[in-house]
Design a protein. Structure first.
Lengths: 39, 400
């Protein structure tokens, strides 16, 4: 069942790649709320 | 279970080579997806940015999205009018169908195409202005309109509140070259690094990385089109909904006078109006070409942009202005023609707006009502037409 392990590993890797790309987006969002929300 | 046992189970289950191949393939696919999305317009039926498509709800429209929107919406045969500036020109207080920029479009006619890129809190030389600069590459017959007044003025060449947008456009090669701006940016960047401005350094790093990896173009599109993954106080129970499904939240019946001018905010409103009288005059003191406002114009509006820019210097509601002491009122009234004079002396066109407006022309201290919006459009249209004529945009066979 080697091919199943390879396939599962590949799919999990794909998920990790998407999450990594998304994490970069989330890290780019400001931590502080937008200035107008402070009023 | 021991840590060793877990590791050996993971090792039995996962094969490193296909796992890493999957990571690389998916990451590259996301980058390519971001690049592909950045060239396509996602804003169908766009009228203006709203509370669900602006940074107040952690939604940051990207420079490429605005370029794609401009390319999809604008006819190269028409004179393009890009409206920038803040919520006053965005039409806050006006229903979507009664936005002042719609009336401006009607008044200008078919030879013009008006696009409203004004956004909450944006200064005259940021966001909409940067968008106007890169749209002018495709549409050289372009007029840019923004506003200044007690609701906002000043800023740096890379903006203030919308600094992310400038650096997004800058690293993606959308900001046209201007020697003076580059020099000021180099100075400012060095100053900010020297004083350890980590937030700025991070912003620059993030935008630089995004120019290649395109996470903002991809995930902002996902947020708008499919699912929002960012919680926001504006929609705490529905934050997962795609932003496109939210109706324009700025639509509302016109409020009564009591609702427009509540007693609770009178103190702060009077403080802002009084301070603008003093602060506004301070900006124009020291000579038309050397005062603080002149330096702001030279730093923030590139030379190529100034001739095609119209700045509306918008007064506050007479509900508050009329309550100032007579000396303060005189100072307040003097600020506007002086501001217009300095702007025009430095190569911009300017218009003093609101001198004869009534309480009913506003919905609060500074935002115009639907009635005020109609008046504004009627005043601005001849000025835009005149500017377009002077720039040679209306000649037969003129530049496309």
């Amino acid at each position: 069942m080697t091919w199943v392990r390879w396939l599962v590993s590949f799919v999990l890797g794909c998920l990790a790649g998407v999450v990594f790309h998304y994490v970069l987006y989330r890290m780019s969002l400001p931590v502080e709320p937008f200035i107008y929300m402070a009023f | 279970m021991s840590e060793q046992g877990e590791q050996s189970r993971l090792r039995r289950f996962l094969v490193p080579v296909p796992f890493l191949a999957g990571v690389v393939v998916a990451f590259v696919a996301c980058c390519l997806g971001g690049h592909a999305r950045s060239g396509r317009n996602c804003y169908r039926d766009f009228a203006r940015f709203t509370g669900h498509t602006d940074p107040t709800t952690s939604y940051f429209p990207t420079a490429c999205q605005l370029r794609a929107l401009g390319r999809a919406r604008l006819d190269p045969d028409k004179v393009v009018v890009v409206v920038g500036g803040n919520s006053i020109l965005q039409g806050a207080g006006q229903a979507r169908s009664e936005m002042w920029s719609n009336h401006l479009q009607t008044a200008l006619g078919d030879r013009f195409a008006v696009l409203n890129f004004a956004s909450v809190g944006a200064l005259a030389a940021e966001f909409g202005e940067i968008a106007a600069e890169f749209l002018a590459r495709d549409h050289p017959r372009l007029v840019y309109i923004a506003d200044i007044g007690s609701a906002g003025t000043g800023g740096e060449p890379d903006g203030a509140i919308y600094r992310y947008f400038f650096w997004d456009a800058y690293y993606k090669g959308l900001v046209p070259f201007d020697r003076h701006r580059e020099e000021r940016l180099a100075e400012l960047t060095a100053q900010r690094h020297k004083r350890g401005d980590e937030a700025f350094a991070e912003l620059q790093r993030g935008q630089y990385l995004d120019a290649g990896v395109r996470f903002q173009d991809l995930w902002t599109w996902v947020t708008y089109q499919h699912v929002s993954t960012v919680w926001t106080p504006a929609s705490p129970h529905y934050f997962l909904r795609a932003r496109k499904v939210f109706p324009d939240p700025l639509t509302a019946p016109q409020p009564s006078l009591e609702q427009r001018y509540p007693v609770a905010v009178e103190g702060i409103a009077m403080k802002i109006v009084g301070a603008w009288g003093a602060g506004g005059l301070g900006m124009v003191q020291g000579g038309d070409r050397n005062c603080a406002l002149a330096r702001y114009v030279h730093d923030c509006f590139p030379e190529a942009v100034r001739p095609r820019t119209l700045i509306l210097v918008i007064r506050d509601s007479p509900h508050y202005v009329s309550r100032l002491h007579s000396a303060e009122q005189a100072r307040y009234a003097a600020t506007f023609p002086a501001t217009v004079r300095v702007l025009e002396a430095n190569g911009l066109s300017a218009l003093d707006v609101g001198g004869d407006y009534s309480d009913l022309d506003y919905v609060d201290r500074c935002h115009l009502s639907e009635q005020g919006g109609r008046r504004l459009a009627a005043e601005v249209a001849p000025k835009v037409r005149d500017l377009a004529r002077r720039l040679g945009y209306l000649k037969q066979g003129g530049p496309r």
